[in-house]
Write a protein that binds this ligand. Sequence first.
Ligand SMILES: Cc1cc2nc3c(=O)[nH]c(=O)nc-3n(C[C@H](O)[C@H](O)[C@H](O)COP(=O)(O)OP(=O)(O)OC[C@H]3O[C@@H](n4cnc5c(N)ncnc54)[C@H](O)[C@@H]3O)c2cc1C
Length: 464
Amino acid sequence: MDQRAAIPVTLPRGNPTQSYWQLEPDEIADLQSTTSLPEKADTVIIGSGITGAAVAFNLLSNGARDIVMLEARLACSGATGRNGGHTKAASYRSFLDHEREYGTATAVKIARLEHANIRAVHAFAKEHGIQCDSNPCGTVDIVYDAAQWEADQRAVQAMQAAMPDDDAAKYTIHSAAEVREKFFCGRGGDEGVCGAISYEAGSISAYKFTVGVLKLCLDKKLNLQTNTPALRLEKLAGGGWKVETPRGPIRAQKVILATNGYTAHLWKRFQGVIVPLRGHVTAQRPGQGLPAGGLPTTYSFVYAGGYDYLIQRRPGRGAPGAGDVVIGGALVRGAAEGASEFGTTDDTEFDDIIVRALYNSLPRYFGDRWGADHADGRVRRAWTGIMGYSPDGLPFVGEVPGEKGLWVAASFQGHGMVLCWMCARALAALVQRRGVDALSDWFPDVYKITEQRLGLTFKGRLHV
Ligand SMILES: Cc1cc2nc3c(=O)[nH]c(=O)nc-3n(C[C@H](O)[C@H](O)[C@H](O)COP(=O)(O)OP(=O)(O)OC[C@H]3O[C@@H](n4cnc5c(N)ncnc54)[C@H](O)[C@@H]3O)c2cc1C
């Protein structure tokens, strides 16, 4: 892993695989709000994914002005525009580790933040009428590994003991027989189901959601500059920063890195600390045996060493993509258990073995209930995207130590739809020194960037 973590992180690459969610790029995909890049701004945000968009929205809503957002490729073309669309926390799976490392109060705070993040994203989409397939619903984790099943039940019990009556800890345990009846898995195909855990989650087009947030920011005078990579950062002697781009430099008092897996390209101290990991997702047409009204929940399929995750778009006659199943994961099914996916920023292609595993997984998981493939064939599309992972499995949020005016919110562990929104809210509060005292009520201190955390060594993915 040391060697993979040491691969120099690049800028986002040209010509990435086309994500299913971006088949119809939004009208703002290649927007440059002004024809030339402003020479200066109060704040430059680098990155137009959910984090950059949410930071911008929070800052602008609290009175900030003169914000320029730089995006290397098209708007929201990083992980956010290419993810699995799952708003699902699975907090119990990291709870015991967090409790051991940081104590019960922090483990509880993390679980609450994740749950609050999911609800806040869906509530925001509703409040602002963002058309993004927002679907708050239930989810189920179907577990195929006996040791994992034991550990999962212990974790759920510990969490419920630590936070009784808390919505974030509401889990229902299901037997293998219930899984066959309620969730259609385990008869035919892979029958080795140990049991399942269901709870609150949701699904969404993160691309459409984030583009919607960016549009609200544009209404508040955000200057969005797509196709404008930030090449280098330079700290200015008199205070503030210079950001070099191919379209000339821009100076700013504050620079915010919302660059997730790519952060180390701009700020070398993150090399080996925020490590890119390439993820794979596929979109497939539903089997003819699945319920016509759609699957009852979203899913994860948990096996030794890894998991796959699935959402289904709402079925409905005529709507493009209606009923499509979006399933991602399969990292450890790749060569050398997916080792070569770490350290790479290459989302211009995918690993054939992983994609094949995802294509073959649906009839395996749903067995007899998958039925014949759709008349037009099962496979629609496969794509990749780049995530950011840290040694302790936590995001980095705050001002980079010793670098006044350089801020970061990054490293969301393939889990950004349950972290970015609240982390962006916290970062905006820190930048604007607004409500900072209240942060300790809901924002885990362990997410804040520190010298000590920057010195940790990356060993691989945690909490799988
Ligand atoms: C394949 C895949 C599937 C996933 N599935 C899920 C899921 O189902 N649920 C979930 O919770 N999470 C999922 N994730 C993780 C989630 O998508 C991310 O954690 C989240 O989108 C991170 O958002 P972000 O805004 O921080 O980063 P990004 O969306 O990656 O945005 C960063 C942006 O910064 C830009 N950028 C980087 N460097 C520069 C530079 N130097 N100059 C200018 N621009 C730059 C990039 O082009 C990019 O647009 C998945 C991720 C991937 C890749």
